[in-house]
Design a protein around this ligand. Structure first.
Ligand SMILES: NCc1[nH]cc(CCC(=O)O)c1CC(=O)O
Length: 300
């Protein structure tokens, strides 16, 4: 088959699209990449939480998919809203990379050792409140741009440390710069997985793409996205969730916080993997009933 993959133009997006391209070529298909500019790529200065709106990095690509200009779309799963447009579905969730955030600092200091007043770069509310919770004495400064740009801004001295996703760092070849893997931070829903989105009624593509699906990653991500669906806050509310499996058990923790990380509600659930999505919803309900609902009302 000949398969056209729609992708953003960023280096990370192209790496991800090429990863899927190679897999499909190994299966004997011919593949063409179709680069598409999204709204999220055009607005490069404002923090995403301020721009608001879900799916800034996927909308134009989904439109191309619905029009039939491309056959599949490859996204970072964490950029994909829980509710997909009618007619589209996730044909595969790829094998998940380590889902955690990492710290990169100029002087090689870990988060706990940064001096008071040190400037930490991130535009993610989720990262900001978790940094604040550990170190209320640090200064958080907005940081956007692709992975290379963020590291350059650190090296230029605009920041003392920055926090990014391990997955993006590894894919862009910056692993040697990682100072600390922030395993105590709760990641973004879906962080570290890629989504291969297809048209629901495209049987031939669906069959081919299903071979890229990684069962364990899909179960984890489905639990997390069920959590997100109940929470609804997009990237305007600090929240995160992570699920992992051990045999037939699924474990999951999540949090929701106010914008300053002062009111921080965290919860944990576990159960059978068969109930992954139920567990995700249960986790969200637990957080909402333990103070999360009033946090949401105060922010939204
Ligand atoms: N926010 C942008 C974005 N979307 C996906 C990744 C990394 C790859 C992934 O999480 O799958 C990144 C960079 C980052 O958050 O540091």
């Amino acid at each position: 088959m000949h398969i056209r993959i729609g992708t953003r133009r960023s280096q990370l997006a192209l790496w991800q699209a090429n990863y899927v391209k190679r897999k499909l070529e190994d299966m004997g298909h011919t593949v063409e990449l179709v680069p598409i500019t999204t709204t999220g790529d055009k607005i490069t200065d404002a923090p995403l939480a301020k721009i608001g709106g879900k799916g800034l990095f996927v909308k134009e690509i989904e439109e191309a998919l619905l029009r039939g200009d491309i056959d599949v779309a490859v996204h970072s799963l964490k950029d994909v809203p829980t509710k997909l447009p009618d007619g589209l579905t996730l044909g595969a969730i790829t094998e998940r990379e380590l889902p955690y955030d990492v710290l990169i600092s100029r002087d090689g200091q870990r988060l706990e050792n940064l001096p008071t007043g040190a400037v930490v770069g991130t535009s993610s509310l989720r990262r900001k409140v978790q940094i604040k919770r550990m170190r209320r004495d640090l200064v958080i400064k907005d940081l956007r741009g692709n992975v290379d740009t963020r590291i350059r801004k650190l090296d230029e001295g605009q920041y003392d440390a920055i926090v990014l996703a391990y997955a993006g760092i590894r894919r862009m070849g910056w692993e040697n710069r990682i100072v600390q893997i922030l395993e105590d931070f709760i990641p973004a829903v879906g962080q570290g997985s890629m989504a291969v989105e297809i048209r629901e009624d495209d049987e031939k593509i669906r069959e081919v793409i299903s071979l890229l699906d990684h069962r364990e990653s899909r179960i984890r991500v489905e639990a997390e996205r069920a959590f997100l669906e109940v929470m609804e806050g997009g990237c305007q509310v600090p929240m995160g969730a992570i699920a992992w499996l051990d045999g037939s058990r699924l474990f999951m923790k999540g949090f929701l916080s106010d914008l300053e990380g002062e009111n921080f509600v965290e919860a944990y659930v576990e159960g059978n993997v068969e109930k992954a999505q139920l567990l995700g919803r249960e986790l969200a309900e637990k957080i909402l009933s333990q103070g999360g609902r009033s946090i949401l009302e105060s922010i939204l």
